[in-house]
Each structure stands twice: as C-alpha cells, then as structure tokens.
Write a protein that binds this ligand. Structure first.
Ligand SMILES: *Cc1c(COP(=O)(O)O)cnc(C)c1O
Length: 395
C-alpha cells in the first residue's frame, strides 16, 4: 500500500533506535554500558503503585472521562497553584498519555499549514516532527554553549514572522540540562507579549534542579502570559513513572477543550487505574522526588568531572534534568560517527547530538548506576584517546 506522505516527512526517533540496539547487543552477551535512555533508573514510588493496585481492586477498570479523572484534574490544578504559582481550575487541565502526547495533542489542535513554530536548538527530538505532522513549519533557532544553549530575546525577535504562532520552551532542557533563570524567562516573556505569540512550556524536568537553580514557569510571569501559555508536564521523570503513560496539558479552556475533542477520537481516556497512581504521586509525601534528585546530583558531579578531564571534550554544567551534553567538535568527527563507533568499539551507548539538532555534541544520560558510570567513563577516555591518534579523524 502507498503510505501517506506525512510518514516520509518525519524521522524515526533516534533515541529509541539506539536504546534498542544497545539492548540487543546486551542480549547477545556483550557487556554494554548504556547512557542512552531518557528515563530514571529508580522504581516508581511504592505509594503510587499501591494506589493503582487499590484502584484495580475497586474496579476502576472502565472507560473514564476523555479529559481525565476529575480527582486527578483537580490534583493537577492544586499542584500548579502550589508549585508554580499558576492558578488554573480543573477544567483548564487535560490528562494525556504522557507529556509527549500532550504536546502532540496541542500541535494537532492549534497548528495548520503555513503556521510557524519556533524551536530553539538543541531541542528535544520530537518537537520538530510533531510540528511537521500537524502540517506546520518548524523554525529552528540555533543556540550555542556561549549562551548556555538558551535562546536570547534578540534571537527570538529575529526569528518571528507574521506566520509565527507558537514558541516551544523546554526548561530544564533535554538534552542540554540548562535552565532559564527567572530573569531570562521574564525577558523572553516580554518578546512573546509584544509579538502576540503563544508558548508551550515543557516543564517535565522542573523538579530535577541542581545548585540552587530555580524553575519559573513562563505562565507565572503575569496574567497575560498565563493566558497565552500551555504548560506540558507529566509524571514520567519526577516520579519515575515512564511506563505509566500519564501526562497533562494546562491552559486556556478553549484550547484544552479542543485537545480533548481530538483525544476523544484518538485514545479516549488515559488508563483509568494509572491515573489513580498519578493522584497518589502528586498528593502523598514528595521525599521520593528529593531522594532521586540527590542521586542524580552525585552522578552528575562524577561524570562531569571525568568528561571535563578528557582532552578534546568540553562540557557545560547542567543545572537540571539528567543529561550531559559535551561538545565533540574538536575531535573532527560528526556525532553520528562518534556514537556508532563508540557503541561498536567500546560497547557504550550514547545519543548523537544530531538527533537534537546539534552535530557538535553527544548526549549522555546519568540516570544510570554509579558502576556503569565509572566503567563507561573509563571507556570514553580510551575511545577519545584512540580518536586523537587515529588518522581517520583527519579526513
Ligand atoms: C521525557 C520527556 C517528555 C515526556 O515524556 P512522557 O513519557 O511522554 O511523559 C517530554 N519532554 C521532554 C523534553 C522529555 O524529555
């Protein structure tokens, strides 16, 4: 059968492909170190699991409202007020099949042919492809280590055209780990207001911050900003609930209703008993979040020090999330070749920066045990040293 043209317009997710290849090599008996997966390596907190089990026992196994269980929508609204200073009611929240699906639902609801969506690079893999699938045009704005891989107000201003509809902000960022300071968020907000743009703010890593970094949601800057911001978030990263597939989108009610209309034809509701696990995650004690954050902080320190000690690599310090994004440009090879050879020759899986719109970098996740980190860093030292000696790098 002839496939729809849109299939050819998007690329498969490189992150998922490399993770799969590393798993296959491990299944073949190879000693693989994987830094590729974008998910915490901790179990889901026991109270979330217990709440989902209780929901199953209570027969919460049927279809539910498309926009989510009322109790979860209310718990999310309370969380937005408590943690973010954003006052939305339950009707301003839709529960989706993960943060990824909330972004997809939003693009399908608001983007059409001719619409431009500004995406700062390095970006999370799926943003441009989601815009393309919705028929819009991703406008990629490159950033560098010099600005902490953050878009400046001047860069944003220069990228705006009469067709610009939406800006995608992701702070803390996957892949760079960088966090917009409150002042930087306010400066971006001014440009957004002046040009009458909308923003989608992907805040999935808001709880994973280091060294006193602060998360300010752009929706909290002013009531005007709140009216033109969609907050996308979920339970996967903060609560180690990646497989549960629960996320949400919060914003003006006409947009939430439009996303719900589409979701009603696409997936109906999110798994009912999974939503009860999410309620427990939000409403029960939050120390599990802090325990994971501290483990990430320790690993970040070790890995950053080791990477910075390797001649030929430079790396900015991440302020959030759980990724390092070193620059490999000085080695004279592209990120794809770097990652393919590292996996083949040293059995270490990392993600080429090209997947995030930057061929100068590679991404390493430190959501993995300290043993793997130490072994992987030994191998990285050897690999980079071999590249510096090898004539193949002079092509
Ligand atoms: C992991 C991630 C998401 C969403 O993940 P879900 O599992 O769909 O909730 C969204 N944005 C970024 C930047 C991510 O890294």
């Amino acid at each position: 059968m002839k496939l729809a043209a849109r299939v050819g317009q998007v690329k498969p997710s490189l992150t998922l492909a490399i993770t799969a290849k590393a798993k296959a090599m491990a299944a073949d008996g190879l000693d693989v170190c994987s830094f590729s997966a974008g998910e915490p390596d901790f179990p889901t907190p026991a109270h979330a699991i217990a709440a989902a089990q209780r929901a199953l026992d209570e027969g919460k196994t049927r279809y539910g409202p498309v926009a989510g269980e009322p109790a979860l929508r209310s718990a999310i609204a309370a969380k937005l007020a408590r943690d973010n200073g954003v006052n939305w009611a339950a009707e301003n929240v839709i529960v989706t099949n993960g943060g990824k699906h909330s972004l997809y639902g939003l693009m399908m609801a608001v983007i059409e042919g001719g619409d431009e969506v500004i995406i700062p690079a390095p970006y999370w893999v799926s943003y441009p492809d989601m815009v393309t699938l919705a028929g819009g045009t991703p406008v990629i704005v490159e950033t560098t280590a010099a600005t902490g891989y953050k878009i400046t107000p001047a860069q944003l201003e220069a990228a705006i055209t009469p067709r610009t509809k939406l800006l995608v902000l992701n702070s803390p960022s996957n892949p760079t780990g960088k966090v917009y300071t409150p002042d930087e968020v306010r400066a971006i907000a001014q440009v957004v207001l002046r040009h009458d743009l909308w923003v989608v703010s992907d805040e999935i890593y808001e709880k994973i911050l280091y060294d006193g970094a602060q998360h300010l949601s752009i929706a909290a800057v002013s009531p005007e900003l709140q009216q033109r911001t969609l907050i996308s978030n979920g339970f996967a990263k903060a609560y180690s609930m990646t497989g549960w597939r629960v996320g949400y989108l919060a914003g003006p009610v006409e947009i939430i209703n439009a996303v719900a209309k589409i979701q009603g034809h696409a997936t109906s509701n999110v798994c009912t008993f999974a939503q009860y696990g999410a309620i427990a995650a939000l409403t029960e004690p939050q120390d599990c979040v802090e325990t994971m954050r501290q483990a990430f902080a320790e690993r970040r320190g070790v890995m950053l020090e080791r990477i910075r000690a390797i001649a030929g690599l430079t790396c900015t310090e991440p302020e959030g999330a759980f990724y390092l994004f070193p620059e490999i440009e000085a080695l004279g090879i592209g990120s794809m070749e770097f990652c393919e050879r590292f996996l083949e020759e040293h059995q270490v899986a990392i993600i080429p920066g090209i997947a995030f719109g930057s061929d100068r970098n590679v991404r390493l996740s430190y959501a993995t045990g300290m043993d793997t980190i130490l072994k992987g860093m030994d191998r990285l030292e050897k690999f980079v040293a071999s590249l510096e000696k090898s004539p193949q790098t002079c092509q």
